[in-house]
Design a protein around this ligand. Structure first.
Ligand SMILES: Cc1ncc(COP(=O)(O)O)c(C=O)c1O
Length: 355
């Protein structure tokens, strides 16, 4: 079976986790702080605040920015539901924005058009690790605060700098499908001291300098998770360059037959997910089942979030997100995948589509 994704866990990770277990210090401590400093330095941000998931990172960020009832938040319609759900959890309204046909991210123009007098924040997603057009978006939105959902984008680059460097706060995920994994985990990055302090307080029961100042939950990262993250971070370049090689093989093999995500000129994707949009006339469920029979685990690429049950009643019509969500599949891609396995996936996919 060729799996859809597979985290690269080796002896170094096993040793690092064992050392934490032996130390007896299991929750937020020196390793979490080292992991935060390392990611902040890598992405050129002043502060990094480690949390328990990418979703927690988004939820705490909205809270730190005081987004709530009466506010609207712009959010790309094609994604995992977390960013839109986080807005709902904050009590604010999601204004969905369609994505670009080629890059599968929301454009500066679409974000600008969707903005209205109630818009408090724009969430900008680097979907599947593909960098959003950061400079254009920043120019179009002026002083409107941006939250960059860079859950998938560690190791990707805008034309102007690393993903994770856009906006007031950028959020990362370390779920096993992401570029580095800590099991579950996430991080908020910001250059603003007061926002970082709020985020640290919000992840830790609302506690600031010993006092409980607001009612908040527990979103801390464990030392076990940070040990995994620090170990994986040493292999980040290797992981990203291998993912790029594998994506290039897929692009070369499938370029004439299928649409896939394109990267803005001068930017670099980490190919966290390699998606293709199936040509018309094929039933996606049947294609995925047949691939599985042949030993290839492909998956549904993503969601048109406004069409999910959690947004039942939404009247938004966002045709590009809906088209990609209905016809997109994710193909296997992980750093230890062999070139011959890419050939096998391509052969199976062609066989299924042309049978
Ligand atoms: C764009 C995006 N944002 C947020 C998340 C949430 O991250 P986590 O699974 O760590 O909560 C994901 C996870 O798939 C994602 O793809």
């Amino acid at each position: 079976m060729i799996p859809l994704a597979k985290p690269w866990i080796g002896e170094d990770e096993q040793r690092a986790v064992s050392a934490v277990l032996e130390s007896g210090q299991l929750v937020q401590g020196a390793l979490v702080e080292r992991f935060e400093l390392a990611i902040a330095a890598l992405l050129g941000r002043r502060h990094a605040v480690a949390v328990s998931s990418g979703t927690a990172a988004l939820q705490l960020t909205l809270k730190a920015l005081q987004v709530g009832p009466g506010d609207e938040v712009l959010c790309p319609a094609l994604s995992w539901p977390s960013p839109a759900h986080a807005v709902r959890v904050a009590g604010a309204k999601v204004r969905f924005v369609d994505v670009d046909q080629a890059e599968w991210n929301s454009t500066a123009e679409a974000l600008r058009e969707a903005r209205n007098g109630n818009t408090r924040v724009a969430i900008v997603i680097d979907q599947f690790g593909n960098p959003a057009r950061a400079e254009e978006i920043r120019g179009a939105l002026g002083a409107l605060p941006i939250i960059e959902d860079a859950a998938c984008a560690l190791g990707s680059r805008f034309t102007s700098g690393p993903c994770g460097s856009l906006g007031k706060v950028s959020c990362l995920s370390f779920h096993p499908r992401k570029i580095l994994t800590t099991g579950e985990g996430g991080m908020c990055l910001t250059d603003e001291d007061d926002i970082a302090e709020k985020l640290r307080m919000l992840r830790n029961h609302g506690r600031l300098r010993g006092e409980f100042v607001v009612a908040a939950g527990n979103s801390r990262m464990t030392e076990i998770a940070a040990a995994l993250g620090l170990t994986q971070l040493q292999r980040l370049d290797e992981i990203v360059s291998r993912r790029r090689e594998l994506a290039a093989l897929y692009q070369k093999a499938l370029g004439d037959e299928m649409d896939f995500q394109s990267t803005p000129q001068g930017a670099e994707s980490n190919y966290q997910t390699f998606g293709v949009v199936l040509p018309q006339g094929h039933d996606r469920r049947a294609v995925l089942a047949k691939l599985l029979e042949q030993g290839v685990e492909a998956g549904i690429l993503s969601f048109a979030i406004h069409k999910l049950g959690s947004f039942a009643g939404s009247e938004a019509t966002l045709p590009i997100a809906e088209h990609i969500a209905a016809r997109g599949i994710a193909l296997p891609l992980y750093p230890q995948m062999r070139n011959a396995e890419v050939d096998e996936v391509v052969r199976s996919l062609r066989g299924v589509l042309h049978e």
